[in-house]
Design a protein around this ligand. Structure first.
Ligand code: ATP
Length: 411
């Protein structure tokens, strides 16, 4: 107890920096360092909120993860990451936190840090005048220098009247970044280097925080194909997505992945051969002799490359389904087969033989694959085209396993 009092006496000027820190970023670090230096503080408490009362928490990382990210963002001894709000639970009202800290640090001067957005809504917080009695507000702009004008106006005569005696405005060049923006970048797999401390980036990547599943991005993908495809091809893609989803449910693949793969499978179909080649070149794809001979195959390979590089699709199974939806290959996953077959029997297809394909698709994946491969290979032979080695291997695999099944049933 005595020791605690001695420590508290030494920590007479304490900064309090609360936030969602979801994740903490360089704007937070810049604000905290600038204010601590300007106010000559000897200690700053970094306090991740349990539930922020003033905003909807989106993709909220766990309290444990936000605590750890704060420790990595604020490693020096000047800072202490506190779980006072996380362990209290519920909505994190600053007035409750300050009351607890006032009791713990009875003799200290408390300085509450905040950026522009927080000060301009301060009158809407719970018990703002009580807060002003317990601490001094310390504010810096977060977007641009122009914000100082509205901050000045707020403290001279905003909704709470003249509060100049209770507020320190610290003029510093802002570091404009927000956690919302960073979560979006991580969701799409964009690099965020320079916008938050490197150790925090490594932690987020290691734990896979803020990653949005490709299957949750269908609206974005539908807009992308609408831009790149002619109306008929756009409708076909939506039909394939629906059919792939249905077949995935029937045959045990992930229906959401099947739907997404269906939307994206033809994304490069209406692009020029030059554009398809250039996308493949950028992705480091080298064409084999079979592939060079048949430009109709390029859209699938370019589609995979485009989905990966431009749309940041990360799911390898979806990418493989796009890549092999035209040639097929030996060793296809159920998802790949489902997309291959859905492309043959989607609602818009009306070629001779489509009804046989639809019947086969109801019987088994194997019969539908065999029917599809036969259809495709016969057509290539009749029109004098090269058959891709992947298709030959896929066909042979089906025949070999059908023969093995027959031997087993006769034994
Ligand atoms: P989100 O985008 O999720 O709303 P945020 O980036 O605003 O998050 P918070 O953790 O909610 O971050 O913010 C905590 C505190 O840090 C608030 O007082 C906020 O005004 C301040 N702040 C946030 N970003 C900056 C920045 N770039 N510069 C200065 N202050 C900032």
């Amino acid at each position: 107890m005595r020791q605690e009092k001695v420590r508290n006496a030494r920590e007479a000027r304490i900064g309090i920096f609360g936030g969602t820190f979801n994740p903490p970023h360089s704007g937070h670090v810049h604000l905290a360092r600038t204010l601590a230096k300007a106010l000559q503080l000897n200690r700053v408490l970094i306090i991740p909120a349990n539930l922020p009362p003033h905003k909807q928490a989106q993709m909220l990382a766990s309290g444990a993860d936000r605590m750890q990210m704060c420790r990595l963002a604020f490693p020096d001894t000047l800072f202490e990451v506190s779980d006072i709000e996380l362990s209290r639970g519920g909505k994190s009202y600053t007035c409750d936190t300050l009351a607890a800290l006032r009791e713990k640090y009875a003799d200290a001067s408390l300085y509450l840090f905040m950026g522009t957005d927080m000060l301009l809504t301060f009158h809407q917080w719970r018990a703002p005048r009580e807060i002003l009695r317990m601490c001094r507000l310390c504010v810096a702009a977060r977007g641009d220098m122009g914000e100082y004008e509205s901050l000045e106006a707020y403290i001279r005569g905003g909704p709470l009247g003249d509060i100049r005696d209770c507020v320190t405005l610290c003029v510093t060049q802002p570091f404009p970044v927000s956690s919302t923006e960073l979560r979006k970048m991580f969701a799409l797999g964009h690099a965020a280097e320079g916008l938050l401390p490197h150790d925090v980036i490594c932690y987020i990547q290691k734990k896979g925080l803020y990653r949005m599943l490709d299957t949750q991005r269908n609206e974005e993908f539908i807009s992308a194909i609408q831009e790149k495809l002619r109306p008929e091809r756009f409708t076909h893609s939506l039909n394939v997505a629906k059919e792939a989803e249905r077949l995935a449910k029937k045959y045990g693949a992930d229906p959401q992945k099947a739907y997404t793969a269906g939307i994206l499978h033809d994304i490069m179909k209406n692009s020029s051969p030059e554009e398809q080649l250039s996308i493949m070149e950028q992705a480091g794809v080298t064409l084999t002799a079979d592939e060079r001979a048949n430009p109709k195959l390029w859209h699938a390979m370019a589609g995979e490359a485009y989905a990966r590089a431009a749309l940041h699709v990360q799911d390898e199974e979806i990418l493989r389904a796009i890549r092999y939806h035209t040639t097929a290959r030996a060793g296809m996953s159920v998802l790949e087969k489902v997309l291959y077959i859905a492309d043959f029997i989607s609602a818009d297809r009306d070629y001779d033989g489509v009804e046989n394909m639809r019947k086969a698709a109801e019987m088994s994946l194997e019969s539908a694959m065999l029917e599809g491969m036969r259809f495709c290979i016969v057509d290539l032979v009749q029109t004098g085209q090269v058959i891709h080695t992947d298709s030959v291997e896929a066909y042979n695999e089906i025949i070999i396993s059908a023969a093995a099944r027959e031997r087993m049933s006769n034994a």
